[in-house]
Design a protein around this ligand. Structure first.
Ligand code: ZN
Ligand code: ZN
Ligand code: ZN
Length: 332
């Protein structure tokens, strides 16, 4: 546990914007040390439950491998599952996702020597750090003796200070972006970024070198998106291709994405056309074929024009005597 907290202090020192500018090197060590802290602290709690649980396969656990530290140890993902299922530790889905993102960042760093941009790392670090401090507080601290508690308590105090400054940085950045977007009157074409989950991806403004408005930059994570890439993040089905189900009610192109969070109406997900940069809050999928249709608030079954015609026909023939098809009455 001391080892884990030591890693956390290093994370906080690397990301402290008040001390000095956060460099790519700081980001790198913040990610590596945060992941190390996660692994060490989760295992510390598993050890309390039973020492075999820190092995990747508890069935093959031996005391010797543990003592000599030659074991193949449990992955973070499995550690989370074991803590939840066996130790009854409360880890929310959001926290588990934050841990997963972190593990991904660490792998990227080890294989490609790159990470997500600094602001994204700060935001994610804030989430993980928040979880770890609570985790140490609830799960590890009560098991220490008085002297250890005092020592760990002091470290936790410093970590809380570090967490507050990271959160302040994230909040300041979020507020500044919000202000800029509002000033530009762009709330209705600013969406939640699929990369960093911040409502900071402003569409239809930055003209590319060829004068196209097809791409956009997230103001929080600074990641650039092509129109098509973005659309593919929001296809309704898993076919991985656009289809009639993506027909925009305005421009008729297959550029309508589903389930997009827009800054001007941040409480719900709506369909959004990436060609028009317009949200269509009243558009819903047709109850029968899932093509987009403007529901406009009336109740009952929602049908597109084609399915509506089919329904009328079914209705008409459905009322007739099944033996009398009525063809004689139809001209031609
Ligand atoms: Zn982003
Ligand atoms: Zn459109
Ligand atoms: Zn339909």
């Amino acid at each position: 546990m001391r080892n884990g907290l030591d890693y956390l202090e290093s994370v906080v020192n690397h990301l402290d914007e008040n001390e000095s500018l956060v460099t790519p090197r700081d980001v790198k060590y913040a990610v590596l040390h945060l992941q190390a802290a996660v692994e060490v602290l989760l295992k510390a709690r598993l050890l309390v439950e039973h020492w075999s649980l820190v092995f990747s396969n508890p069935g093959e656990a031996t005391r010797k491998a543990l003592d000599e530290a030659t074991l193949s140890s449990v992955s973070t993902e499995h550690a989370v599952t074991r803590l939840r299922n066996i130790a009854g530790v409360d880890i929310t889905d959001k926290e588990a996702t934050a841990l997963k993102h972190l593990a991904k960042d660490r792998n990227k760093l080890q294989h490609f020597a790159m990470t997500a941009p600094a602001p994204v790392i700060e935001a994610r670090t804030g989430e993980v750090l928040d979880f770890l401090i609570r985790f140490v507080d609830d799960e590890l601290l009560p098991r220490l003796n008085h002297e250890e508690k005092t020592e760990v308590g002091e470290t936790l105090g410093r970590l809380r200070g570090g967490l507050a400054s990271i959160n302040t940085f994230v909040r300041k950045r979020t507020n500044r972006i919000r202000g800029e977007v509002t000033k530009a009157g762009a709330e209705n074409r600013t969406i939640k970024c699929p990369e960093c989950d911040h409502l900071a991806l402003v569409l239809g403004e930055a003209a590319g070198p060829d004068g196209e408005t097809a791409w956009a930059t997230c103001r929080f994570c600074m990641i650039r998106w092509e129109q098509e890439e973005l659309l593919y993040c929001f296809l309704e089905d898993d076919r991985g291709e656009t289809s009639e189900l993506n027909t925009c009610p305005q421009c008729r192109e297959w550029t309508l994405g589903w389930g997009i969070r827009v800054l001007s109406d941040p409480e719900k997900d709506v369909p959004f056309c990436f060609a028009c940069s317009v949200a269509f809050p009243s558009v819903v999928p047709c109850d029968r074929c899932a093509r987009p249709v403007d529901h406009a608030g009336d109740s009952g079954e929602t049908l597109c024009g084609r399915c509506w015609d089919d329904a009328v026909e079914e209705d008409r023939y459905g009322r007739e005597d099944p033996t009398d098809y009525g063809y004689a009455e139809e001209p031609g």
